[in-house]
Design a protein around this ligand. Structure first.
Ligand code: CTP
Length: 390
């Protein structure tokens, strides 16, 4: 940690990392300790915090060497203007800069500064130098800053830094692939205030989008109405109705190598959406609706002349074995992932079966995030090897 008001957010990042099982060793510059105390960081990381190169607590008194030898990566967050300059020029005049120079592991920097400081030609030169030296830069974000100004230079939020770190370590089994994913429910309006939707939470689709991004894919996520944060590095497009989801998918699909339909798309919409709120009147206490069928997005994509590799999802309320294979064959997709839907909607775990022409493969019950990583690996294994073609 280097000096900056964003230091307080690193308390949360430390909590996220330790909760996920990482060992976090905090090293702070003198300036960082002006913004948050080592006591707080020690309590959250569960390890003593180092701030000085003269600290004798490391057995051989070589903190600048030993601390980085234990690490899989060093993350500088927040990374101040001054510290980026130091790194770019190889200065080693305090514990943190010295251990960066003496490291034998990857280095990731998370810049945090005022927009003028970020745009300053010297800072931009230093960042370009760091990238050329193989140092990963995460962010910065754009938005309101602690100084009251608005612009580039804001540190990424702790959740985004956490996801970027996980992403950094994930095997890049989908490198160079472009994925198009639908997720969540759709909302079919009846009138300006009411509509028909379903209980899909979007968690599985968002977890897949996140895992695919972490595996190196470029991910375009078309999301129905859900209250979920956009996974870091994923391009998200929000839609409401099945028709809007269809339009978005058809526009993007020519660029996609893989299409994964996770959304619980409404099968029907009313043929006429009332322009005004439907009222109870003396003559009509109860409205009657006529439905028309929505387009089948997955089947339409699979029927294109040159379709991407298509993956369907099916949430069934029973007889999964029969419905799964029947649905895969009907939609003409090579892979369909089936589950007993109503039991998993909104839950954080899931149990699925893979259906393909060669047969079925049940996967053990797992948290949706872990399952998403398994599914990404399963999908990657089935893709044509583009390296052979090129
Ligand atoms: N799907 C789609 N467009 C639709 C309906 C479904 O793209 N209009 C996709 C879903 O995203 C999912 C798969 O098709 O990947 C299966 O969805 P499901 O609702 O189980 O299939 P249906 O064809 O609607 O079958 P059912 O008769 O069981 O409702």
């Amino acid at each position: 940690m280097t000096g900056g008001i964003a230091c307080y957010k690193i308390a949360e990042l430390t909590r996220l990392l330790t909760k996920a099982g990482a060992t976090v060793q905090v090293v702070m510059t003198e300036a960082a300790t002006q913004f948050i105390t080592p006591v707080t960081m020690q309590a959250l990381s569960g390890r003593p915090v180092y701030t000085s190169q003269w600290d004798g607590r490391v057995p051989n008194n070589m903190a600048h060497i030993d601390l980085s030898r234990e690490a899989d990566a060093i993350v500088i967050a927040p990374a101040s203007t001054d510290f980026l300059a130091k790194l770019a020029h190889g200065f080693a005049d305090d514990l943190l800069s010295t251990l960066c120079v003496a490291r034998d592991c990857p280095l990731l920097v998370v810049p945090a500064m005022n927009r003028q400081m970020w745009q300053n030609p010297a800072t931009q030169r230093n960042v370009a130098q760091l990238r050329a030296d193989g140092i990963e830069t995460l962010g910065p974000d754009s938005g309101p800053q602690a100084c009251g100004e608005i612009g580039d230079g804001r540190m990424l939020e702790p959740e985004a830094i956490y996801e970027a770190i996980v992403s950094f370590f994930a095997p890049k089994v989908l490198a160079g692939r472009r994925l198009l994913i639908t997720a969540g429910p759709t909302f079919e309006p009846l009138d300006p205030v009411r509509g028909i939707t379903n209980r899909s939470s979007g968690k599985m689709g968002f977890a897949l989008a996140r895992a695919a991004q972490q595996a190196g894919a470029e991910v375009h996520l078309v999301a129905g109405p859900v209250a979920l944060a956009t996974p870091w590095g994923v391009y998200r497009e929000d839609v409401q109705t099945a028709q809007q989801m269809y339009d978005a998918v058809m526009r993007e699909v020519p660029d996609a190598d893989v299409f994964i339909g996770v959304a619980a798309v409404a099968d029907w919409r009313v043929d006429h959406v009332a322009a005004h709120k439907i009222k109870k009147t003396a003559e009509q206490r109860m409205p009657t609706f006529t439905f028309v069928e929505n387009p089948d997005i997955l089947a339409s994509v699979a029927a294109l002349p040159d379709p991407p590799y298509c993956v369907g999802f099916a949430a069934e309320s029973g007889d999964l074995e029969v419905h799964g294979e029947e649905k895969r064959a009907r939609k003409k997709v090579p892979l369909l992932i089936g589950n007993l839907g109503p039991l998993t909607f909104g839950r954080d775990d899931n149990e699925v079966v893979l259906f393909e022409a060669a047969g079925r493969t049940p996967l053990p019950r797992a948290a949706k995030a872990a399952l998403a990583q398994t599914l990404v690996a399963e999908i990657a294994r089935r893709l044509p090897d583009t390296s052979i073609i090129s």
